[in-house]
Design a binder for this molecule. Sequence first.
Ligand code: PLP
Length: 446
Amino acid sequence: MNEENSRNLYDRALSVMPGGVNSSVRAAIEPYPFFVERGDGGHVVDADGNRYVDWVMGLGPLLLGHDLPQPVESAVQKHASNGPMFGAPTPIEVEHAEFVTRHVPSVEMIRFVNSGTEATVSAVRLARAYTGRDKVVVMQGSYHGANDSTLVEGEGTHVSPSSPGIPDDFAEHTIAVPFNDHEAAQHVFEEHGDDIACVLVEPVLANYGIVTPADEYHETLSDLCDDHGSLLVFDEVITGFRVGGLQCAQGEFGIDPDLTTFGKIIGGGFPVGAIGGKAEVMRNFTPSGDVFQAGTFSGHPVTMAAGLETLKFAAENDVYDHVNSLGEQLRRGLTEICADQAPEYTVAGLDSLFKVIFTRDGPDDLDGQCEAGCRQRTACPRYEYCPKNGGDVAAGETDRWRRVFWPQMKEQGIFLSQNQFESQFVSYAHTEEDVEETLEAYKEAL
Ligand code: PLP
């Protein structure tokens, strides 16, 4: 495979950008990232002309694939040529807000920002202001962006910032509990309930393998929040308008959170985030309330147009049937391959999310049961890492993903997420041929 241009670009990038990249997670792959020239449906083409089936899809935003359908492309062009932005409200943001509030009942009002990180920062600030409390409960292994309050490692109240540069006292207000562990959540509320502003939770952990919620787990969190006057904040940056389709994961699981954060798909491939929720809470943002939130690019017309037209296209076409069906084919095929060739690895996902997880001990060790009781049970992808089991990130396997598996898949023309905990995404542009090609490549690499 010719890689000269990517290698040269990486050398140049290294001298002008830290690690040669603009996002820390892109630096994880070995020996260097390939540089993408363009997208094409369900594929990307790199700077040397190599073509890959793309299951990264921009890390989730590209529900429709790389080629914008005509209505999306026209709307983007129209809004770009109108003058890209104004620092004043525009009609298109009202239309987008109306679309989201119409489809997601818990979202009575919404505010658009520019990234999922901004959304979670503002949601936590709003929850703290609304409740007059400081503590935030997060799940071990969850990811809410580069947010100082939630970038923590550790367990319970014994957490510390997971990056240098975040003062230790930031983490003093954060409590981390194991996902799917009802008793741990109950215990934390017994001890700290009066101080908890919110529980911030991904409805499906999609940045730690893919872990689906145990039966009644979100109901437990919701009840605990209600009983203690805390807010339940669903982080649907990944799951929003993907898991559960237009009703989002909260509709799929029948949960009515107080606040929701969005990102990715609602911007149709352009930078976006949003905080939505109950009007009573949302009205506390300035200027109707006193919680400060601002952004030069927030509600950017081109983003709003791309996002709204993407969602409308998904509502009017068989997008969710298509992506979920290919997701199912991938998970089924991969399960067979793993059973045959790599029983120590397991397959995770739902709807259009999928992943093979490298576990040190395979499902055989589970004796048919996952203690955490999550829905995947025998196929629990991350028993070895499961906080419930005192597990830790398996450094050796992370290494194997980066140094061995990912490059092998790339050699076969398959682009997978760059670390083994990140989800992979099916788009409307993917085909059954892409699935077959990918399964063949997995067979070879595993
Ligand atoms: N929340 C979740 C669940 C995410 O997966 C991410 C990013 O992947 C974020 C928040 C942060 O979003 P962004 O990268 O747009 O800041």
